[in-house]
Design a binder for this molecule. Structure first.
Ligand code: AMP
Length: 356
């Protein structure tokens, strides 16, 4: 089967007869993206605000070959011509899309790795739920009114950024003590252990774990370190902390590697597979790296609370390969996997299936 064509000839025009340059913002997982690209023989370009960051000097194998520096990253559209001249292929990351803005990013006249249409489905929590529930994936229950609450809940403000603006309540009575004014969603608080699962969907690969038009790979898993929630228990009970004006926050400060009980892997693959297949029906498919973020309960049921549809920073714990990716290819990082996919698409003349 051939995957849907995502990119028009116009989008691919700057790559005609040229070797692509892998480009991304100088943040998030850029070291890994540049390192992987270089291993596969690509030129690399770092996009930075102000001046070229010095920290790359400490990592010569991951330092981009060139920089595009801008006064403001939101002005990237004005530099599209330079990026097209360099035959840039932009690799989206959480930081890249957030700094540029999803709307502006999706309209950039420069080839992007993956399907840009995924952004509208991921950036809107309601649409994301339609996609994931439509895929038949178990999600935390969503309460439409606080009167329905019959257990622990997490309240998420719509505008909440970077893990701030959450409220935790053990029951309805406790929830009623909070004055919640801004637009928000009340979600079942799932008790268990968190896993952030790094998948890669290749529409080009006709071997391995077949899924959709291609195949699904598991490249790693991490758990996020979140301040202050992870260490809060050391200070006392939630009630005591609240009385002292200390509220829980979920600000990601780092990542740690994890593996899952092997007997749970079949279920995890089925979840990844269903999400990919639904994405093909809804918007022509999600291509490349994505992360399924969820909680495994004591009943060994996995609840998905979020999906990130691009490389996640948790993959940085595996720049030299993970316990899973090493069984796909030794030393394989997600950054290197992106470069490999691009290389294969070029060799098979199938760029339109992986770029948009
Ligand atoms: P989110 O902004 O949805 O990625 O959530 C941020 C963090 O809140 C996650 O990394 C989890 O630690 C926690 N979290 C989110 N939703 C839930 C949930 N339904 N149950 C338990 N913890 C959650």
């Amino acid at each position: 089967m051939v995957a849907p064509r995502l990119a028009s000839d116009r989008v691919l025009e700057p790559l005609e007869g040229k070797d692509p340059t892998i480009a991304t913002i100088c943040s998030h997982s850029s070291l890994q993206i540049f390192h992987g690209a270089r291993l596969e023989g690509f030129r690399t370009l770092g996009i930075a605000r102000g001046k070229a960051p010095r920290f790359y000097d400490a990592f010569p194998l991951a330092k981009p070959d060139m920089f595009l520096t801008l006064p403001k990253v939101t002005e990237i559209g004005e530099h599209a011509e330079r990026l097209r001249r360099e035959a840039a292929v932009l690799v989206p990351t959480g930081s890249f899309v957030e700094y540029v803005g999803p709307e502006r990013f999706s309209k950039l006249p420069v080839p992007v790795f993956g399907n840009r249409r995924v952004m509208e489905w991921e950036s809107d929590r309601e649409k994301e739920r339609v996609w994931l529930e439509g895929a038949g994936v178990r999600m935390p229950r969503k309460y439409t009114d606080s009167s329905e609450v019959d257990g622990p809940v997490i309240v998420k403000y719509y505008g909440a950024k970077g893990g701030r603006g959450f409220i935790l309540a053990k029951n309805r009575h406790e929830l009623d003590n909070f004055r919640i004014v801004e637009p928000h969603v009340i979600q079942e608080y799932v008790i268990g252990t968190r896993y952030y699962i790094h998948f890669f969907y290749s529409p080009l690969n006709d071997k391995g774990y077949r899924c959709g038009d291609g195949s699904l790979e598991l490249l790693g898993m991490d758990r996020r370190d979140e301040a202050n929630i992870d260490e809060l228990y050391k200070l006392g009970s939630q009630e005591e902390l609240l009385r002292s004006g200390i509220r829980p926050t979920f600000v990601v400060t780092g990542n740690v590697p994890v593996v899952l009980r092997e007997s749970l892997l079949p279920e995890i693959f089925e979840i990844g597979e269903k999400i990919v297949e639904r994405s093909i029906d809804l918007f022509g498919g999600m291509v490349g790296p994505f992360c399924v973020e969820g909680i495994m309960t004591e009943k060994l049921e996995f609840y998905v609370f979020e999906i990130s549809t691009r490389i996640v920073a948790g993959t940085n714990v595996y720049i030299n390969g993970s316990p899973y990716s090493d069984m796909v290819a030794p030393g394989l990082s997600t950054g290197r996997r992106i470069a490999l996919e691009l290389k294969r698409a070029m060799a098979e003349d199938r760029l339109a299936e992986i770029l948009s």
